[in-house]
Design a protein around this ligand. Structure first.
Ligand code: KIV
Ligand code: ZN
Length: 411
């Protein structure tokens, strides 16, 4: 069985890996396996924390389009915005709430009467309340002491829960808070009516094993549904989220493409594929929608997706090097752990400086063209010359070159 001390060695688990990994290629190296009970819920906060990315602003229309895509992908909860921020934001949250029926819609509020009434005015059935509990935030930002924070939690949570609206409660900067006080704050929220307790790693300053530890502590102290919200300042948001789940969290906060404050949040696509690959659990999401979602959010926010980003980067299923293409042409699992179709896209063979003749033959075959080896070699030589001149060569160009070559009697 898994214990705290061997957590570092605990990397992979069997789980329903065939979902994502190509059948038979998963190798757990004999590691202890982790059983994560049940389905993990996904709360997507692209429209709230994601929109807080510096320089990003999303119109109501665009928000509704993204929310509909998130719903069709099977996200459990859509955090639609922070209604106190502006009238337009409040309007957007209430519009999203009126068009989304399968996913739950929630709005964010600080523990203040004005924030709470702004969210309640949108008609959402879940309010995400938060207040900071770290000494740094309480001293320098809130200018409140611990007892004032506790009082504020109890009053605010009660004021929402007593009206029959579900409360998800977050201790902002939880991961830099004093553990005894953190437990007291979460217990107060639970006793005042919160039914989901979210642990934000607000400044992304945690390690995966520490995240697992905190979740275990809070879950043990509160016996309530635990959620995790990880930022990516050290590039660990996805790992921290998965370790939070291994510690007992049953909900994960994510954003499409991992957009969000500073280095962003845990990315929806990485977390979903990670859960379904490495943990014996699932999300119930339609993963084939992930590619489209990523493109839509990138286009609406103007935030390009890093080409080599895991799961949804342009290069994630692209191959150029001759050795790799040779492998792929013989058997795709040689260099592709994930079938691109699983996330709604296709493999690409890129031709260029590192290409071998197999790339050309693959393109010909895909386009119903029969080319002998010598012709393919000739085309490859031409392609390399063009690439060296700095021009990109895509599949269409290769087909065009072949047609040109046969027209002038090369074949
Ligand atoms: O990162 C954070 O602490 C937040 C809270 C509002 C939950 O986004
Ligand atoms: Zn956040």
């Amino acid at each position: 069985m898994f214990s705290e001390s061997d957590s570092v060695n605990y990397v992979l688990s069997k789980g329903p890996v065939q979902n994502v990994f190509r059948t038979g290629e998963f190798h757990d190296w004999g590691m202890d396996l982790k059983d994560v009970a049940g389905r993990i819920k996904i709360l997507d906060t692209t429209l709230r924390d994601g929109e807080q990315s510096p320089g990003v602003s999303i119109s109501v229309h665009e928000k509704i389009r993204i929310a509909s895509l998130l719903e069709s992908a099977g996200v459990d909860v859509i955090e639609a915005g922070f209604p106190i921020a502006s009238d337009a934001e409040k309007h957007a949250v209430s519009q999203i709430n009126s068009v989304i029926s399968k996913s739950e819609v929630c709005g964010l509020a600080r523990c203040t009467g004005k924030d709470i009434e702004a969210v309640m005015g949108t008609g959402v059935k879940r309010v995400h309340l938060f207040i900071a509990t770290s000494d740094i935030h309480m001293r320098h930002k809130l200018k409140m002491d611990r007892s004032q924070v506790i009082e504020s939690i109890s009053k605010s949570v009660d004021s929402v829960a007593s009206r029959g609206v579900k409360v998800e409660f977050s201790c902002e900067d939880a991961t830099r808070s004093n553990m005894d006080f953190l437990k007291e704050a979460f217990k107060t929220a639970r006793d005042s009516g919160a039914s989901v307790l979210n642990i934000p790693d607000t400044v992304g300053a945690l390690s995966p094993t520490a995240m697992m530890h905190i979740v275990k502590e809070i879950r043990g102290a509160t016996s309530t549904e635990i959620s995790v919200h990880c930022h990516n300042d050290f590039g660990l948001a996805t790992a921290n989220t998965l370790f939070g789940i291994m510690g007992g969290a049953t909900q994960a906060h994510v954003t499409v493409n991992g957009i969000g404050e500073r280095a962003g949040n845990a990315s929806l696509e990485e977390v979903v594929v990670g859960i379904e690959s490495f943990l014996s659990s699932g999300t119930g999401m339609s993963k084939e929608k992930l590619w489209e979602l990523s493109k839509e959010v990138s286009s609406v926010t103007g935030m390009a997706v890093q080409q080599n980003k895991a799961i949804v980067g342009e290069n994630a299923y692209a191959h150029e090097a001759g050795i790799h293409v040779h492998g792929i042409v013989n058997e795709v699992s040689t260099y592709e752990p994930i079938d691109p179709a699983v996330v709604g896209t296709e493999r690409r063979i890129v031709v260029g400086k590192h290409s071998g003749v197999n790339s050309i033959r693959w393109i010909m075959e895909r386009n119903g063209i029969e080319a002998d080896l010598e012709t393919a070699r000739e085309i490859l030589r031409e392609v390399k010359k063009i690439r060296e001149g700095g021009t990109r060569v895509d599949e269409e160009k290769v087909v065009e070159m072949f047609q040109e070559y046969t027209k002038i009697g090369g074949n």
